[in-house]
Write a new protein. Structure first.
Length: 178
């Protein structure tokens, strides 16, 4: 049995989980998340927990067992606490600002880059840090990745957009001719 899939997901107070026709819906204080799950994994919603099982030991079923459990756990955490990712902008003259439902980045191109903020996400900018918050873990991570992709950090001076906890390996550059 999968070590992850064996553990039940605890349902905190204020959260309701419904499962029907292969779709799980989680409602909580931060909103509602809906996800369709694989029919190969059995999902049982009880009063205070959700448990998962599998009918056979075939490799595809075994692979999905832990995945389905982790997905439901992330949905429960998302509607209670939420997820966030922080990015840091480094470079002279590089800046970001939120205008309505879009994030404007000025990162060394001849034009500012404008990115639409998806529904369900909250983006805030403080000095040189961008914070992306939301209930859906996948959506938060994907938008943060898209922002970083605009100007990834370069290895010589370290200029660009990076995650706060990211370490950029620096290169020395040209050696002086002697």
């Amino acid at each position: 049995m999968s070590r992850v899939g064996r553990k039940p997901v605890e349902i905190p107070s204020g959260v309701t989980i419904t499962h029907k026709d292969g779709t799980v819906e989680v409602k909580g204080p931060r909103g509602t998340l809906r996800e369709s799950l694989s029919a190969r994994v059995r999902v049982e919603v009880k009063a205070s927990e959700v448990s998962f099982g599998r009918p056979d030991d075939l490799p595809p079923t075994r692979a999905l067992h832990g995945l389905v459990r982790a997905t439901v756990q992330n949905m429960v955490v998302g509607v209670t606490r939420g997820f966030s990712r922080e990015l840091e902008i480094q470079g002279t003259g590089f800046r970001a600002e939120v205008k309505g439902k879009s994030l404007n980045l000025t990162v060394g191109y001849s034009h500012p880059v404008e990115m639409a903020i998806p529904d369900g996400l909250k983006v805030s900018v403080a000095e040189n840090k961008i914070k992306v918050e939301g209930a859906n873990r996948h959506q938060v991570g994907q938008f943060a990745s898209n922002v970083r992709e605009v100007k990834p950090p370069e290895p010589y001076k370290g200029k660009g957009i990076r995650y706060v906890d990211e370490h950029v390996r620096r290169k020395v550059g040209k050696a002086a001719a002697g």
